[in-house]
Design a protein around this ligand. Structure first.
Ligand SMILES: NC(=O)c1ccc[n+]([C@@H]2O[C@H](COP(=O)([O-])OP(=O)(O)OC[C@H]3O[C@@H](n4cnc5c(N)ncnc54)[C@H](OP(=O)(O)O)[C@@H]3O)[C@@H](O)[C@H]2O)c1
Length: 327
């Protein structure tokens, strides 16, 4: 099979070469996936450079997530997966930028034949994270107001679509007119350019002073601090990430007096602890996709020869939506 392979750490364009290697053989508990599609992530660039949280010994193939068909399973792996289409995170050193990738069979979730693999991988981490946040953690209900920060970003745009699909009234913030327009196109009722307008004032006015029932925060820092000023009684602030680079602290007396919850969301942690939720989310996402209620934004599809260029575009923030490999 063909694979992009790095023999040392460095920028993808310097270290990745296309090689022909023997087919993968699964170890205990593992499954080999024939790659149909694989999203490119910013983390893949860090992975190549040896700067990611997982640092494999070279040689290795990058590609953190994969969608495809299980073609071989190892000892102790669920044999019913053979021939099934799955989406999963990959196991180093056999990442997804290849014709075959390795996954942990217990952490692979199935998706239906009706769903294109490009959609399955484009929706995997961002839509899974947002579904688990809004439903398993946030208990978002029909008719509630959802405030999504960084609504044009990866997880934020998924949260807008999933909030609308759940019957919520969605307000989104983003930096700049183009990004606000994207939030509105994704279904937000109100889009706020936080560089020019104060989201606290607008959210409170739009909810007659009540505030947002659920606040989805992938930004942290001052955005979290300001969010506490427009969260509703019995509201839930979902802590998704800290894209601002600042991890905020919360005064607990404020949470007590205003009677709201601050809820951590760690999607990656569900794989080991409650993998059933990941399959439940995947089934819900496949249904919503089939109904046309959610559509992942795909910037472009590349082949193995185009991966380095795709990663360069990611690094330069020149993409809108996911770039996906089809080898
Ligand atoms: N909890 C989980 O399980 C989980 C899962 C996946 C991702 N995450 C986290 O969620 C966060 C967002 O991920 P993503 O994939 O949506 O990223 P992304 O597509 O790059 O979007 C992040 C957005 O944050 C906003 N932002 C505000 N301040 C920023 C800054 N100083 N630098 C960069 N962006 C800034 C930007 O939107 P504006 O320009 O509109 O401000 C940007 O588009 C990350 O911190 C990620 O680690 C968490």
């Amino acid at each position: 099979m063909r694979a992009l392979r790095a023999n040392t750490f460095g920028p993808p364009g310097d270290v990745l070469e296309l090689v022909v290697t023997p087919s993968l053989q699964p170890g205990p508990g593992q499954a080999v996936v024939d790659v149909e599609a694989a999203s490119l992530n910013f983390a893949d660039i860090l992975f190549c450079q040896g700067k990611y949280q997982v640092r494999p010994e070279p040689p290795f193939t990058p590609g953190l997530e994969v969608a495809g068909t299980v073609s071989a399973i190892g000892e102790d792996a669920d044999s019913s997966l053979l021939g099934r289409r799955v989406v999963a995170m990959t196991v180093p050193p056999h990442g997804a930028f290849a014709e075959q990738a390795m996954v942990d069979a217990a952490l692979a979730v199935t998706f239906p034949d009706s769903m294109p693999a490009v959609a399955a991988t484009a929706m995997f981490v961002s839509y899974q994270t947002s579904w688990v946040a809004l439903h398993a953690r946030g208990r978002l209900a029909d008719g509630e107001t959802l405030l999504v920060h960084a609504g044009a970003g990866g997880v934020g745009s998924a949260a807008i679509q999933l909030g609308v699909a759940a019957g919520a009234r969605v307000i989104a913030t983003a930096g700049g007119a183009d990004k606000v327009a994207r939030c509105l196109a994704l279904g937000a009722e109100i889009g706020i350019d936080y560089r020019h307008d104060d989201f606290v004032t607008i959210v409170n006015e739009a909810t007659d002073g009540r505030g947002a029932d659920v606040i989805y925060d992938p930004v942290g820092g001052e955005v979290f601090d300001r969010s506490r000023k427009c969260v509703a009684w019995e509201g839930r602030i979902l802590i998704i990430g800290f894209a601002s680079g600042t991890i905020p602290s919360a005064p607990m007396n404020h949470a007590l007096v205003k009677n709201y919850s601050i809820i951590g969301v760690h999607w990656g942690g569900y794989g080991q602890r409650q993998p059933g939720i990941i399959q439940e989310a995947q089934n819900a996402l496949a249904d919503l996709h089939a109904e046309g209620a959610i559509t992942p934004v795909v910037d472009g599809v590349v082949d193995l020869e185009g991966v380095v260029d795709g990663l360069d575009r990611l690094a330069n923030r020149a993409t809108t939506g996911r770039v996906v490999l089809q080898p």
